[in-house]
Design a protein around this ligand. Structure first.
Ligand SMILES: C[S@@+](CC[C@H](N)C(=O)[O-])C[C@H]1O[C@@H](n2cnc3c(N)ncnc32)[C@H](O)[C@@H]1O
Length: 268
């Protein structure tokens, strides 16, 4: 199945994905542990921003990381090589037509992928096929509707809305975090559990001001500037004000909140 990936594959976006992963490692990964010898499928690994953490945290697990983009896979492979990881292999594959036998994997891990797919429910079904009975799936997604900040700014909210709308037009859903529970249940997973992970940033956490407000969230909104203007969703001046207002939340008296959703389920 063809998917439109709203963020694209340019080098700036790859740096943003890496900054996002580094800042959020503890928050998102600390409770993902896989037993020695277990077979793990990472679906939509991109440039390997999460792969390195998964492989490092689970040195005894055998990780297969797949993506539809050859370019991203090559970068991910290089990253794993540079990190000296020997428990990951990479393969080009489409989530909707996975080249694996049924019931092969003990675990499936997916991060920031369903939000880009026109049919996330179908993706969850496709992933279930390659998971063994009793195996687990973990999905981490954001939800841009969960962003709120001080000072509040209508321009910032409108700029965020441009990103949400563009992702929607590309067939994705930037608000998918809140839907993980019903999606998992509908796909027939058992013991479904969703854990919201809030990123709270104020000036006392300078690494999050830099790594999350600036290099992750605002960089993502800034990244759709041209597309938003081209689609007539915003005027250049207004969009610029929105981006400035987002950066403003990273100043000494600013605050920024965002919630990720981490869902787990078991194949019956
Ligand atoms: C936002 S990136 C996330 C990458 C990585 N999981 C991370 O957290 O940094 C989404 C990735 O999903 C991949 N993707 C989109 N549709 C796919 C599909 N049908 N099959 C496999 N990968 C897909 C894209 O190529 C892209 O690398």
């Amino acid at each position: 199945m063809k998917t439109n990936y709203v963020h694209g594959y340019d080098p700036q976006e790859n740096i943003r994905l890496q900054d996002q992963a580094s800042t959020l490692v503890e928050l998102l990964h600390s409770d993902t542990t896989y037993a020695i010898g277990s077979r793990v499928l990472e679906a939509g690994c991109g440039v390997g921003a999460q792969t390195v953490t998964l492989a490092r945290n689970n040195p005894g697990a055998l990780i297969t990381s797949v993506d539809i983009s050859e370019l991203s896979l090559a970068e991910a492979e290089q990253k794993a090589l540079d990190a000296g990881l020997t428990n990951v292999s990479f393969k080009k594959a489409d989530i909707f037509s996975l080249p694996f036998e049924e019931d092969l994997f003990d675990h499936v891990f997916v991060c920031f992928v369903l939000e880009h797919l026109p049919s996330p429910a179908e993706a969850l079904n496709a992933l279930k096929k390659v998971l063994r009975k009793g195996g687990t799936i973990t999905v981490i997604e954001g939800d841009h509707g969960s962003a709120y900040f001080h000072p509040d700014s209508e321009a910032a909210r409108k700029a965020i809305q441009c990103q949400i709308e563009l992702q929607h037009r590309a067939g994705g859903n930037a608000l998918i975090g809140r839907e993980l529970y019903p999606l998992f249940v509908k796909a027939g997973y058992d013991s479904v559990s969703v854990s919201p992970r809030m990123v709270y940033v104020d000036a006392s956490r300078p690494e999050f001001v830099d790594g999350f407000i600036k290099k992750t969230f605002t960089a993502m909104i800034e990244g759709v500037r041209e597309a938003a203007l081209k689609a007539g969703l915003a005027k250049e001046e207004d969009f610029g004000k929105g981006v400035q207002a987002l950066y403003r939340t990273g100043e000494a008296d600013g605050v920024f909140c965002y919630t990720f959703f981490k869902a787990t389920g078991v194949k019956k």
